[in-house]
Design a protein around this ligand. Structure first.
Ligand code: PAF
Length: 281
C-alpha cells in the first residue's frame, strides 16, 4: 500500500492503472478509521481491482471550528488498518493541496439538504459536496463507497452524481454497530466510559421503536423516541425525524411511503452522535 499526498502523483498513478484496464474504487474518509470504514474498504476491495482511500479532515464541512479542532487525526493507525484491508493507495493531502484557494462553488440540493443536518449544520453539505466532487474529479473512480450511517449525506451525494453528472456508481453500505448496538463513529473515541454507556440508549431506543411502531401510529412512535431520549441520562436530543428514505421529507403516517427511515441526532455531553433506523424498506 502506498501513501500519496499530492493530486499530481495520485492522478499519474491511477492513469497507469486505468491504462492496464483496472477498475478503481474510492472510499472517501476523514480518517480516525474504525471497523465501519474497514467494512467499506473490504467491500471496495472485493468489487474493484484497485482501491483508493482518501484520509482528509475536510475543513469546509465543519460549521463548528471547535468540532474541527477536536476531530481525531490518526493517520499512522489508519494506514495499518487500510493495509490490512487490502487498499492500494491512501490519499492524505494537506489542506492547501485540496484548497489552494477558497472553494467558492455552491451546491444546493433542496429540499434534500435543507432538512435535518442541513437545518442544524448550515453549510455542512455544501462542504461535503465540495470535497466529494473534487475527489471524484481527481480519482475518477468506477465506484465510490459511503456508509448509511450518514443517511442524508448518502442521499445528497447520489443527487449530486445524478445532476452533475458523474459517471460512477455510488454504493451505500449498511451501518456497522458494536456488539451492544452502538453505531460505530469516529466521534465515539471522544466519549468517556460513562458517556459510552449513556450513548447506548440511542440505538436501544431506535430498535425498541421498530417493535413499538408495529402496534402504534407514526406520531406515537415518534413521541416514544422523543420521550425515551428526554428521560435518558446524559443525552440531549437535537432532532428525531421520520422521513421518506428517498425524498427525506417528513412522513406523517406509516401508509404514506414504502421506504421510511427514522433519523436521530443526540448530544452526549459535547459529542454529537447520529444514527438511523429503517421502519419500512
Ligand atoms: O462521511 C465522511 O466521513 C465525510 O463527510 C466525507 C464523505 C469523507 C467527506 O469529507
Amino acid at each position: 500500500m502506498k501513501l500519496i499526498q499530492t493530486i499530481k502523483e495520485l492522478r499519474a498513478t491511477l492513469e497507469v492503472c486505468r491504462k492496464e484496464g483496472k477498475t478503481i474504487g474510492l472510499v472517501p474518509t476523514m480518517g480516525a478509521l474504525h471497523a465501519g470504514h474497514a467494512s467499506l474498504v473490504k467491500r471496495a476491495v472485493a468489487e474493484n481491482d484497485v482501491v483508493v482511500v482518501s484520509d482528509f479532515v475536510n475543513p469546509t464541512q465543519f460549521n463548528d471550528q471547535n468540532d474541527l479542532l477536536k476531530y481525531p487525526r490518526t493517520l499512522e493507525a489508519d494506514c495499518s488498518l487500510l493495509e490490512a484491508c487490502g487498499a492500494a493507495y491512501v490519499f492524505a493531502p494537506a489542506v492547501e493541496e485540496i484548497y489552494p484557494e477558497p472553494d467558492t462553488r455552491r451546491f444546493s440540493y433542496a429540499p434534500l439538504d435543507t432538512v435535518m443536518e442541513g437545518k442544524y449544520r448550515p453549510g455542512h453539505f455544501n462542504g461535503v459536496c465540495q470535497i466529494v466532487s473534487k475527489l471524484f474529479l481527481i480519482v475518477e473512480p468506477d465506484r465510490a463507497y459511503f456508509g448509511e450511517k450518514d443517511f442524508q449525506q448518502l442521499a445528497i451525494i447520489r443527487e449530486m452524481v445524478r445532476q452533475y453528472p458523474f459517471d460512477l456508481q455510488i454504493v451505500g453500505c449498511p451501518i456497522v454497530r458494536e456488539a451492544d448496538g452502538l453505531a460505530l463513529s469516529s466521534r465515539n473515541a471522544r466519549l468517556t466510559a460513562e458517556q459510552r454507556v449513556q450513548a447506548l440508549q440511542i440505538s436501544k431506543t431506535l430498535f425498541a421503536s421498530v417493535e413499538y411502531g408495529k402496534t402504534h401510529t407514526l406520531a406515537e412512535t415518534k413521541r416514544f423516541v422523543e420521550d425515551s431520549m428526554a428521560q435518558a441520562d446524559g443525552l440531549r436530543l437535537e432532532y428525531y425525524e421520520v422521513v421518506d428514505g428517498n425524498t427525506l421529507q417528513t412522513v406523517a403516517d406509516w401508509a404514506d411511503s414504502g421506504y421510511i427511515v427514522g433519523c436521530i441526532t443526540v448530544f452526549c455531553g459535547e459529542v454529537r452522535l447520529i444514527d438511523n433506523i429503517k421502519y419500512k424498506e
